[in-house]
Design a protein around this ligand. Structure first.
Ligand code: AMP
Length: 258
């Protein structure tokens, strides 16, 4: 497994592999079994597997949230290696956003509701960095997790609107044995907060917005940001809550239930 830090090195490494199918798995590190499911899906399907590891500053609303995001590159590289990743692209913020950077991708409608409304600019940061990663790696397939259903919808819309020549594959949400969707942010929860956070998947498991809201309102120590049926492809019951200072999102697909 090769690890490169610059765009020029990534392009140089990939030049002899252009005849291969190339799978790209974008991540912000702090890898858990959810990320590994994406890496394994890519390993199964593609001749070359590239993982990007970049905590993208432009998708964070405030510096404190960015500063507390969990980071452990050595462990991430070991896990990527175990999954058979060929190339890790782990650029610095300056490499991705050099001085004078001023070009942004704004998926105006789907990027401004739900998460986009509560975290203004979040999806602008996501779409911009993903487009840049696609331009650098030029994968045949890019892999995203259903866990971030709105992110998938934003990327799908960007790919369609800009006629990007890449296939999008969505991997089902990987959960803890107790049902909590795996997230790098789960590491920030105390054991008590973890128990409280279980209210979110339990509520969404009703597959019913009003029943989910009723269940969540009974949970102590959990603030509801939203629970909505989202008109995504496929439709999903999406929810976001805050437990202590940690924000959690989750969703269940509603396909075939209409
Ligand atoms: P992140 O590092 O949080 O940006 O996530 C990188 C990718 O992993 C995104 O496509 C996420 O949707 C995906 N992902 C995160 N958590 C999970 C999970 N529990 N199950 C499946 N995919 C996930």
């Amino acid at each position: 497994m090769r690890v490169v830090r610059t765009i020029a090195e990534a392009r140089e490494e990939l030049a002899p592999r252009r005849a291969d199918t190339i799978g790209l798995v974008p991540t912000m590190g702090a890898l858990h079994d959810g990320h590994l499911a994406l890496l394994r899906a890519a390993r199964d399907a593609d001749e070359t597997v590239v993982m990007s590891l970049f905590v993208n500053p432009t998708q964070f609303g405030d510096d404190a949230d960015l500063a507390r995001y969990p980071r452990d590159e050595d462990r991430d590289l070991a896990r990527a290696h175990e999954c058979g990743v060929d190339l890790v692209f782990a650029p610095s913020a300056d490499e991705m956003y050099p001085p004078g950077f001023q070009t942004w991708v704004d998926v105006t409608e789907v990027g401004s509701i739900l998460e986009g409304q509560l975290r203004p600019g979040h999806f602008r940061g996501v779409a911009t960095v993903v487009l840049k990663l696609l331009a650098i790696v030029r994968p045949t397939t890019v892999y995203f997790g259903q866990k971030d259903a709105q992110q998938v919808e934003v990327i799908r819309t960007m790919i369609r609107d800009l006629a990007l020549d890449v296939e999008l594959r969505v991997v089902p949400t990987v959960r803890d044995v107790d049902g909590l969707a795996l997230s790098s942010r789960n590491a920030l929860l105390s054991p008590e907060e973890h128990a409280t956070a279980l209210g979110l998947p339990r509520a969404l498991a009703t597959h019913d917005r009003d029943a989910a809201l009723r269940a969540l309102r009974k949970s102590n120590g959990l603030e509801i940001d939203y629970v909505e049926v989202a008109d995504f492809d496929p439709p999903a019951l999406v929810g976001a809550v805050r437990v202590g200072s940690t924000r959690l999102i989750d969703n269940v697909v509603l396909e075939g239930e209409e």
